[in-house]
Design a protein around this ligand. Structure first.
Ligand code: NAD
Ligand code: MG
Length: 335
């Protein structure tokens, strides 16, 4: 896989050319299951329905914010599967919540596409974060780990400053960290809990983007992780769902504001994805056992299934996409 990651563009184009030539003369082409194109082997079809674990899942609980490494089954963030092709070569990216879940999948994919990556996470998540740092470094890219709590404006400002200093600039900001706690009734949500969710999910992106903007040049991108909850909120996610509607809204507003400056702003809207957020209070135990069962695939998504979306939204060739929200929900819900 490493070898494939390092294949140059020239070799890729040359390889495809040679493969097409071989296909034209080879009577065996198409007659067997093995299709080769020069040095490349055809990618096998994968059935998305059976690709990953299905419910019932073991009911499990971890104290918030939870660790991916302690989940059963352990989520797939693309550690063994994501293959890069130089799409983000030389980019400098900051990803909040980069230790686990969607943030980790984006970090792995970005590094394999040639980007240097800074990740933010909470101090408790150091074991998950260190795995991500090792994966980024294994690609020969710079990895910068900056733990800290995004509910403080002063930390958000310092985080961006440290990332810019460590990376030597900033081209991609992925505002992905979030707080989600399920409560059956609005009466169970204390003002402190409500404030915690709003601070993490609405204030932190505001502070981060304000700090990052002076560093972003035309071609730079901001990506927010929103949710299907923005448009189809669950009864037990009264506070969280509001913040995801706010995320979708800031994506659309800022895209208009920053479009003339050449800075793109897009969102990713996952459906039910197997991440620590869900096993540390994000989903009620009965929902966790059946997690993802109500989607057309009958299973939750894995973070690995979203890594390429964060790449696509960050890459130069998505230049006409801004103010968009890209969904990944197994056929359920709309972005
Ligand atoms: P996750 O637990 O892997 O990631 C969330 C991260 O947020 C944590 O790793 C943590 O580092 C970070 N975080 C939370 N509070 C923080 C704080 N105060 N300071 C610093 N960091 C903090 O879970 P995930 O599901 O990958 O979540 C990533 C994003 O995906 C979130 O925006 C979430 O709302 C969104 N999302 C998740 C799902 C799902 O089903 N898992 C569905 C839709 C949207
Ligand atoms: Mg985490």
């Amino acid at each position: 896989m490493e070898e494939q990651n390092k294949i140059s563009r020239r070799k890729v184009i040359g390889g495809i050319g040679a493969g097409l030539a071989a296909a034209a003369v080879s009577p065996a082409f198409g007659a067997t299951d093995v299709h080769t194109f020069g040095n490349w082997t055809a990618v096998k079809l994968e059935d998305p329905v059976t690709k990953y674990p299905k419910p019932p899942f073991k009911v499990q609980f971890q104290p918030w914010p939870g660790l991916a490494g302690k989940m059963e089954p352990i989520p797939d963030h693309g550690e063994k599967s994501y293959k890069g092709s130089g799409r983000l070569m030389g980019r400098k990216a900051l990803i909040t919540g980069g230790d686990s879940g969607m943030g980790r999948a984006a970090a792995i994919a970005y590094a394999r596409e040639g980007a240097d990556v800074a990740i933010n996470y909470l101090p408790h998540e150091e074991p998950d974060a260190q795995e991500v740092v090792a994966l980024i470094k294994a690609e020969g890219r710079k990895a910068i780990a900056i733990p800290g709590d995004l509910r403080e404006e002063s930390f958000c400002t310092r985080l961006v400053d440290d990332a810019v200093r460590g990376l030597g600039g900033l081209d991609i900001l992925v505002s992905n960290a979030a707080r989600q706690q399920a409560h059956d009734s609005i009466l169970d949500i204390t003002t402190e809990q409500f404030d915690w969710t709003i601070k993490t999910n609405i204030y932190a992106p505001f502070w981060l983007i304000k700090a990052a903007l002076p560093h972003l040049k035309p071609g730079a991108v901001i990506i927010g992780t929103t949710s299907v909850q923005a448009t189809d909120p669950s009864p037990e996610l009264y506070d969280y769902a509001q913040t995801k509607a706010a995320t979708t809204s800031f994506v659309r507003s800022l895209a208009k504001q920053l479009g003339p400056k050449g800075i793109r702003v897009n969102g990713v809207a996952p459906g039910p994805i197997w991440t620590p957020l869900q096993v540390s209070g994000g989903a009620k135990p009965d929902k966790l056992e059946k997690f993802g069962a109500d989607t057309p695939y009958g299973r939750p998504g894995q973070p690995a299934e979203l890594g390429s979306i964060y790449v696509q939204l960050a890459a130069n060739d998505a230049s006409y996409s801004t103010g968009q929200v890209y969904g990944a929900a197994g056929g359920s819900g709309q972005p």
